[in-house]
Design a protein around this ligand. Structure first.
Ligand code: SF4
Length: 340
């Protein structure tokens, strides 16, 4: 029997009800299918604005919330039904790093406490000496010097050091998958590169796959192999990160990329026209209809599928109508392009 993938999202949707008698429904994520294979560790960026569904996707993968329809499977088992040893394994192997590196620190404890807790909880070391060695190894792995970190209080460290300690803490558990939700957005720009480098080392030296959730396409470009762009809960563009960011095909991705002040002199910034038309038609049609500068009458009638635009890139837009393609096929093609 073939080994199941590390993680599989099968047609996962998440719908929230709100308003009087829960009459209004908000689709936070719409039928997303995605597979992450343990054999090919990669960094997949999930990008979009606030409200795009990217954090919902991360919360579903971590098992914090349950899908409304569809399923999230870890090593072939439904995350919602895990128990016993399988649940403990999932809790150890799927780790998270969040936006705020201050939130996980108790100001009254030295940082050692943050690292000692998972070692004790999961009984990872047989002696204090072994625990100490594990902590030192994890700190070294994220480019920190244990002698400068251990024994200190959180306020004695920079935001960048604190965030790398949270990555080291995840690393102690030897995870297979890391969900990194905006891990550099509260860190000084000058320190971001060191954190992104720590994530790359997790992939390259420890074989850990990473879901890198971000609103910032610049960091996604620097760190990720593949990218999914979400808009209103739908995957609107996906594929090889370099291709998608250098040559975006979906009008929404073009708008996102156009809003980045790239340091290239020959690149025009702010050249994409902003539109705001009556969005009522979008309920049955393309979700981007109300803001799309290229919208056509048919876009209001039905939602486009994800169409392949090249071997390793696809966009959900009628401007690129052709062969519909599954997200996983595009991402696998992207892996092949990287390996070639
Ligand atoms: Fe714009 Fe139509 Fe493409 Fe949607 S399908 S992004 S409205 S052109």
């Amino acid at each position: 029997m073939p080994t199941p993938p590390l993680l599989e999202l099968r047609q996962v949707s998440k719908v929230y009800a709100r308003g009087l008698l829960a009459r209004e429904q908000v689709v936070a994520l719409n039928k997303v299918s995605l597979t992450i294979d343990d054999q090919r560790p990669s960094i997949i960026a999930v990008a979009g604005e606030s409200g795009s569904g990217k954090t919902t996707l991360g919360s579903l993968v971590l098992g914090f919330i349950q899908p409304t329809t569809g399923a999230v499977l870890y090593r072939g088992q439904d995350v919602a039904r895990l128990n016993g040893a399988a649940y403990l394994r999932f809790r150890r192997e799927v780790q998270a790093v969040f936006q705020d590196p201050f939130a996980v620190f108790n100001p009254f404890y030295r940082v050692d406490h943050l690292l000692e807790t998972p070692i004790a909880k999961f009984k990872l070391a047989r002696s204090k000496r072994e625990a100490r060695r594990m902590m030192e190894d994890a700190l070294n792995a994220v480019g920190l010097r244990p002698e400068e970190i251990l024994g200190r209080f959180p306020h004695q460290l920079s935001g960048g050091q604190r965030q790398r300690i949270t990555i080291a803490r995840a690393l102690l558990l030897k995870p297979r998958l890391l969900v990194a939700d905006e891990p550099v957005s509260m860190v000084d720009a000058s320190l971001r590169a060191t954190i992104l480098e720590s994530l790359r080392r997790m992939r390259d030296e420890h074989g850990i796959s990473i879901l890198y959730i971000t609103h910032d396409l610049t960091t996604a470009y620097h760190v990720s192999d593949d990218i999914l762009v979400l808009y209103a809960g739908n995957v609107v563009e996906a594929g090889d990160a370099e291709q998608v960011i250098r040559q975006p095909k979906h009008p929404y991705t073009q708008l996102l990329i156009d809003s980045i002040p790239w340091p290239e002199v020959d690149r025009r910034w702010g050249s994409v026209e902003l539109v705001q038309r009556d969005g009522a038609a979008a309920s049955g049609g393309c979700r981007f209809f109300a803001r799309c500068p290229a919208a056509m009458p048919r876009c209001a009638q039905s939602a486009p599928a994800l169409y392949r635009v090249s071997e390793a890139q696809a966009a959900a837009c009628y401007l690129h109508e052709g062969q519909p393609v599954a997200l996983d096929e595009v991402l696998r093609a992207s892996d092949r392009a990287v390996m070639a």
